[in-house]
Design a protein around this ligand. Structure first.
Ligand code: PRE
Length: 421
């Protein structure tokens, strides 16, 4: 067995769907999924070595943080680390035993978060029903199915199938974009990879500007923060722990520097760095930041451009002449850029040959230095460092692929070197 993954059961929960989504993106392997009755038991199972990893909910787009997960990571299981994230669209359905109609429902059962995400639906369509909280959505479905009473459960459509209930109403969540962010927890965090996030717990001194100074360390280095959440420190009233998510890996030079600076000003715990789930709305909602496929960049003739509000008027012949001249200059720059890229790739391939059988292809520290350097160069030239960094992450990714391909080819041609790089 390669892995055992714990999650909040029973079968049919959104957590189970999140595990399945996570596994679909992992290399194939022998994995056992272990359903456990509470978030506490899921996390405890990792500490006790009963499972290798666990998937637990961290936040929801409508209801906010899952406080229990945050508190358990902060206070109860300090050795656990975050090694991945999964963003799962959450669509709730109202389901009941066959023959039960909307009008005859006496009780509606679900997990408190699911009930909260469907609050408006419940008040509008089930005003007389008693609302009952359960340990999970699937537990509610299981209970309703086993009693056969005129009760209904709220949960994923897959759970209705699993336990033989009929779906009375689909998509009852009040916010159509409802999504939950799950984290993958283990005893170590994720290794360096492009497009990572890092989660921290920071506790600052009780004095004016303390939090501002901590946040300033990230701002000064152009590090984007994607979440900040406060929870009581449990030490005394009015003292808080700040959960902070940032874009980047703790081994990236800029992040490393910022973390050192923060540690000198505040209590800092790094919960882990891990690959960001790029399917999340923060990556797909903003067309500038989303991961683009090549064709996405080319607007269709019907695309309405931002900033163009006037009537379409053809440029005059003089304007056209100037545009054509500038386009020729751009073509020349593009030629040089492709030429330079070919030169850079050839240099990387030479490095790859020297590394073959001696050390791994990837060198996260060198990659961080390259990225930090090009960011600085970009800043000096007045180019957006974030864009340059994105381009360079792709260039390095490609260089690594070329090195691996070349090493694979060389390996196939001669005796295999010791070790698997
Ligand atoms: O400098 C190296 O060791 C390289 O292999 C080159 C390079 C790069 O493209 O800049 C590629 C992969 C390594 O992870 C680090 C850097």
């Amino acid at each position: 067995m390669d892995k055992k993954i714990g999650y909040l059961g029973p079968c049919g929960t959104f957590s189970e769907l999140a595990v399945r989504q996570y596994l679909a993106r992992q290399p194939a392997g022998d994995v056992q999924m272990v359903a456990l009755p509470s978030i506490y038991e899921v996390l405890a199972a990792v500490v006790q070595g009963e499972v290798t990893e666990a998937v637990v909910p961290l936040e929801n787009s409508s209801e906010g943080a899952v406080n229990q997960t945050q508190d358990l990571l902060a206070h109860t299981f300090p050795d656990l680390r975050i090694k991945g994230e999964i963003i799962l669209p959450v669509v709730h359905c109202l389901m009941a035993p066959p023959g039960v109609s909307l009008k005859t429902i006496e009780r509606v059962l679900s997990h408190p978060h699911a009930l909260a995400q469907c609050r408006e639906f419940i008040s509008r369509h089930l005003p007389g029903a008693q609302v009952v909280e359960t340990a999970s959505t699937a537990a509610a479905v299981h209970l309703v199915a086993s009693t056969g009473a005129p009760w209904a459960a709220i949960g994923p459509v897959t759970a209705a199938r699993e336990y033989g209930l009929e779906v009375l109403v689909e998509k009852i969540n009040d916010c159509p974009g409802n999504a939950t962010r799950f984290i993958v927890v283990g005893r170590e965090d994720g290794g360096w990879a492009p497009d990572c996030k890092t989660t921290l717990i920071v506790s600052v001194a009780h004095r004016p500007g303390a939090l501002y100074e901590v946040l300033g360390e990230f701002a000064a280095r152009g590090i984007n923060l994607t979440r900040i959440e406060s929870r009581p420190s449990r030490r005394r009233l009015g003292e808080y722990l700040f959960f902070i998510d940032l874009v980047g890996h703790r081994l990236d030079e800029q992040v490393q520097e910022a973390l050192e600076a923060v540690a000198s000003r505040a209590e800092l715990r790094v919960l882990g760095s891990y690959p960001a789930d790029l399917s999340g709305p923060e990556h797909t909602a903003d067309p500038v930041d989303k991961v683009k496929r090549p064709a996405d960049d080319i607007p269709s003739s019907s695309t309405v451009e931002a900033g163009f509000t006037g009537q379409a008027v053809s440029p005059s012949p003089v304007q056209w002449e100037e545009i054509e001249g500038l386009r020729e200059a751009i073509d020349e720059v593009d030629e040089q850029m492709v030429e330079l890229l070919a030169r850079r790739n050839a240099l990387a391939v030479r490095i790859g040959k020297l590394k073959a059988g001696v050390c791994p292809v990837r060198d996260p520290h060198r990659e961080s230095r390259v990225l930090a350097r090009v960011r600085r160069l970009a800043q000096l030239k007045g180019v957006d460092p974030a864009i340059v960094e994105k381009v360079y992450r792709l260039i390095i990714q490609h260089a690594v692929r070329l090195q691996r391909e070349q090493q694979g080819g060389a390996r196939a041609a001669c005796t295999p070197p010791a070790g698997d790089f």
